[in-house]
Design a protein around this ligand. Structure first.
Ligand code: SF4
Length: 434
């Protein structure tokens, strides 16, 4: 029997999809990413904001209308449980965020013709299923490693802690073992992810242990990069910054979603409200040539013109290398849902556009500074017209820009090559392999 898996949402969800694929393959199921070829389709869903939910629901309806048996997993059934089945009766089975191991049983029951198989824990507690061998969905020469899941924060706009439970770290030994096996398989970049990577180890070892984990990963033999995503501002301590600066395999790239600048808005968001100018200055002093990516939410309830302008001025003087801007999305069961002074959609849109326009100009100028420099890049693949697609350590996979280069020698995906940068635009760099 052929099973297809469709993945929605973030990198953390992708790892869960890969774990489910691994379990199904181990049981002898033929697994595919093409739903037209399958008898049963597993749809791993996202429920972070309304738009993501809509995308997941559309995917379920589309597959169900095609006459396939549908199993829905992840955040959507975790959030809505029985209501989801009532709303879409075609759903034959459901698996919650912390019930990944049940996927085989649910598939078996659905294959036998049952159509109301429900394995969704009432109180999710995501514990990484260490014994499952992941079946990787291709991401070029890079691979995500989930170092923890769940979250102990309660940001005012976020529903994740309700969907994933408390923060749970994996042990350093388990992560290093997984990293070694990925490197042996030819992976050239390990991308460490969690809802918040910088809280790593607090639950297991009684203190932040990301620096220690990086040191252990850095000892693994081979030529590869280590990248950390999703840092939390108040956890950027000196020990971690020093580790990033000194460890040769750790890329000098920090993904630090700040969400806002104004302290009143940050407090209303239940986020750390301290001097972010100082934090950025400290990072830049400790890690010369660091690339900083951040993200902001505009139009949070109560955000005034002055507060938005303070954010705008912060972005203008800080000149982040990369930046994402999101309009606040009002989600049920979050503390911001019932806040007064919701900002009209039109103003949210305008504020996002204003910030993005500013960032495009900054990004273009930053990219121009690379012209004439030689960057060590990871080969990702080739364009149809024969250019090599690469990525430098300044860019994270799937969200940042690429380097496109001509080459007079043959190059292989997964290898590192030097590229002389000759041209640029807001997002990408262009040059030749030297
Ligand atoms: S840190 Fe905040 S935004 Fe991130 S998952 Fe936790 S609660 Fe959500």
């Amino acid at each position: 029997m052929k099973i297809a898996l469709l993945n929605h949402g973030c990198a953390k969800n992708l790892v869960d999809s890969e774990l489910m694929l691994g379990l199904l393959a181990e049981k002898g199921y033929e697994v595919t990413l093409d739903d037209s070829q399958a008898d049963i389709v597993v749809i791993n869903t996202c429920s972070f904001i309304h738009d993501a939910e809509k995308e997941s629901v559309q995917s379920i309806l589309q597959v169900a209308q095609g006459g396939k048996k549908v199993i829905v997993t992840g955040c959507l059934p975790q959030k809505y449980k029985g209501e989801l089945k009532k709303a879409i009766p075609e759903i034959a089975g459901m698996v919650g965020t912390s019930d990944i191991r049940e996927i085989v049983d649910v598939v078996e029951q659905v294959a036998k013709g049952k159509n109301n198989v429900n394995k969704v824990s009432e109180r999710p507690q995501y514990i990484y299923p260490e014994t499952i061998e992941r079946q990787q969905i291709t991401m070029g020469p890079s691979s995500y490693i989930k170092i923890a899941d769940g979250c102990n924060y309660h940001c005012g706009y976020c529903i994740i802690p309700q969907l994933r439970g408390e923060y749970h770290s994996r042990t350093i030994e388990n992560i290093v073992e997984e990293a070694k096996s990925l490197i042996e398989k030819g992976v050239s970049e390990l991308v460490l992810i969690a809802q918040d990577t910088t809280s790593y180890g607090i639950d297991l070892y009684g203190k932040n242990s990301l620096a220690k984990l990086l040191e252990e990963l850095n000892k693994i033999d081979g030529e590869f990069w280590i990248r950390i995503m999703y840092a939390y501002p108040s956890q950027m301590n000196d020990e971690l910054l020093d580790a990033i600066a000194k460890l040769d395999k750790v890329v000098k790239y920090i993904d630090l979603p700040l969400q806002h600048y104004d302290k009143e808005i940050l407090k209303a968001m239940r986020r750390p409200a301290f001097d972010y100018d100082e934090l950025i200055a400290k990072i830049r002093t400790k890690i010369p040539d660091v690339t900083i990516r951040t993200a902001f939410i505009v139009g949070y309830p109560g955000e005034t013109d002055e507060q938005f302008n303070a954010l705008y001025e912060f972005v203008k003087r800080t000149r982040f290398d990369k930046m994402g801007v999101f309009e606040y999305s009002r989600e049920k069961n979050t503390t911001s849902y019932s806040m007064q002074d919701q900002v009209p959609a039109k103003i949210k849109r305008q504020r996002r556009k204003k910030l993005m326009t500013l960032q495009q100009k900054i990004s273009k100028e930053i990219n121009e500074n690379f012209i004439g420099k030689t960057l060590n890049c990871l080969v990702e693949g080739f364009t149809d017209d024969g250019l090599v697609i690469l990525r430098s350590q300044h860019d994270a996979p799937e969200i940042d820009g690429m380097v496109y280069a001509s080459a007079e020698k043959s190059v292989i995906p997964g290898d590192f090559e030097n590229v002389l940068i000759e041209n640029s635009d807001e997002y990408d760099l262009f040059g030749r392999v030297v």
